[in-house]
Write a protein that binds this ligand. Structure first.
Ligand code: T46
Length: 138
């Protein structure tokens, strides 16, 4: 069974003031050179996001505030992850279908991406995603 994700634990420095988490781009902790950072915030209550896969893009997804469920689907497996730890990133490779559900009202999702934004890298139709998986087994 293919693994759908990996967990990356970032260094966290806590003291009596609170916590500070670092992501050093040149430390080797990330398996790609980060080309883009974006964050998802102010999501309306009850709204889900994602519903796509990428052809080339790899990314690391972090709940830097609040929590959400990350639903992942691959060739033979699916996973539901609960993200709420700002010092933990979920590494997702290409051709993994992802959905984000149950975002808390304080949820901020930070994403580190391996590629610049290109709409042609997205597979937004689930039927098309299944066709891609099928073609990749041939
Ligand atoms: C992903 C999940 C976790 C841009 O113009 N530039 C960008 O870098 C991004 C990420 C998006 N956009 C535009 C494209 C859409 O018009 O912003 C709009 C919202 O994007 P989207 O509907 O794709 O947002 P999500 O939350 O469904 O998905 C996003 C990422 O697009 C995607 O790569 O894996 O977060």
């Amino acid at each position: 069974m293919n693994k759908l994700y990996e967990i990356i634990k970032f260094p966290e420095f806590g003291d009596n003031r609170g916590s500070l988490t670092t992501i050093e781009f040149n430390s080797g902790i990330l398996p790609f050179k980060t080309q883009r950072i974006y964050y998802i915030h102010n999501t309306r209550v009850g709204v889900s996001r994602g519903f796509h896969a990428h052809k080339k893009l790899q990314q690391v997804i972090i709940a830097v505030s609040g929590s959400f469920e990350l639903h992942l689907l691959g060739r033979n497996s699916k996973e539901i992850l609960y993200l709420s730890d700002p010092s933990e990133g979920i590494l997702i490779s290409s051709f993994i279908w992802r959905e984000m559900h149950n975002l808390s009202d304080d949820c901020v999702i930070l994403v580190l991406a391996s590629e610049p934004y290109t709409e042609s890298d997205y597979i937004r139709e689930f039927s098309e995603y299944l066709e891609h998986l099928e073609a990749r087994t041939c």
